[in-house]
Design a protein around this ligand. Structure first.
Ligand code: SF4
Length: 346
């Protein structure tokens, strides 16, 4: 009978050290292997050149390294890169490198598919198949960092959890991945350069505040009118805006860190003065900044980008109310890598 080998990256450093002691080796060997697994992102035990051949074989007999593989990589005219990433069980997720003149951002996935049903999002059409493990999230970042160095001559500078899936529905693994990304034994990135973007799960926002996380929080709001938000993000019925507001107030009281609201304006959906006024009111509850995001139609359906006039009206009203607003042009549209377009089409 074939014995199922354990994923070695599921072990903590202490567990790895204990394993080597049990095998009659030194605990220090665990540190060396741990460094290969995370900081050096080794694909195989054979890569671990300062470990003896016998020890590498022993590791091979007991463990696997479930490293992701970049299945296909597409490059957009604007420099954006989209990776279709194959996981050890054959499932695929996507991640994106977004370069600008000042930064290179990785947009990573946290789940295969998504259990939420945002009507404007291509990922929602793939049912949630499973959560990603911490190492699968970490590997996406490493792959994009390598591509950033190769194609843009600079390391990755920022990470957003805005790819496939709702990160707060895979909270523990996302936190473990961020711990590795920010650790000196991992990529050593500052948590200030990491943003977790959620559709708004109040209880988990409060938990993040309690856990004193150091990264940034973004909320895909898209409407501050319950009726409208529920029609486009049906889980708003379970987590209405009042609950979301309370959780954001809790977050700010505990962390003193501003929230970013991601907001798309769609024609005939959230482009009236009433929508604008409700949003401005919501923005005043907690210190925030707003990112108005250009929409990328996923088909010819009901969601179409609002008129310039409606967008300008939003921007003007927000600015008149002293709310910082950025307009984010979408990147990588020609390769379906823009916001809301990730759907494993490659
Ligand atoms: S927008 Fe985010 S939370 Fe909503 S369905 Fe798409 S991936 Fe899931």
């Amino acid at each position: 009978m074939e014995i199922k080998k354990k994923d070695i990256r599921a072990l903590t450093k202490e567990q790895l050290r204990a394993f080597f002691v049990k095998e009659g080796d030194k605990a220090f060997r665990g540190n060396q292997v741990y460094e290969w697994l995370w900081q050096k992102a080794a694909y195989s035990f054979d890569d671990m050149t300062n470990i003896s051949k016998e020890t590498r074989q022993m590791l091979e007999d007991n463990f696997v390294i479930n490293h992701i593989r970049v299945d296909t990589m597409q490059r957009s005219n604007d420099g954006t890169i989209k990776n279709a990433v194959r996981l050890h069980d054959g499932l695929i997720v996507e991640s994106v490198l977004i370069p600008t003149s000042t930064r290179t951002t990785a947009c990573v996935s946290s789940q295969v598919g998504c259990s939420l049903d945002c009507k404007f999002c291509a990922t929602s059409r793939l049912k949630r198949m499973r959560n990603l493990n911490p190492d699968e999230i970490y590997d996406q970042v490493v792959a994009i960092d390598n591509e950033s160095r190769l194609y843009h001559n600079r390391p990755l500078s920022n990470i957003v959890f805005m790819g496939m899936g709702e990160p707060l529905m895979n909270y523990n693994n996302v936190i473990k991945a961020i711990d590795k990304i920010t650790s000196k034994e991992g990529l050593g990135m500052s948590p200030k350069r990491i943003t977790v973007s959620t559709s708004g799960v109040p209880k988990m926002i409060k938990k993040m505040a309690d856990d004193e996380v150091k990264f940034n929080l973004a909320v895909s709001l898209h409407s501050a009118v319950d009726e409208v938000r529920t029609s486009i993000m049906p889980f708003n019925e379970t987590f209405p805006l009042q609950d979301l507001r309370e959780s954001l107030e809790y977050w700010y009281t505990k962390t003193q860190r501003k929230i970013s609201y991601e907001y798309v304006v769609w024609k005939g959906i959230n482009d009236t003065q009433n929508d604008i006024d409700a949003f401005v009111k919501f923005c005043k509850y907690v210190p925030c900044k707003v990112n108005i995001i250009e929409y990328n139609p996923i088909d010819d359906g009901e969601f179409q980008q609002a008129s310039n006039e409606a967008l300008e009206n939003y921007i003007r009203t927000l600015e008149q109310n002293r709310i910082v607003v950025n307009v984010r042009r979408s990147r990588g549209k020609d390769i379906d890598a823009a916001c809301g377009q990730l759907a494993n089409k490659t």
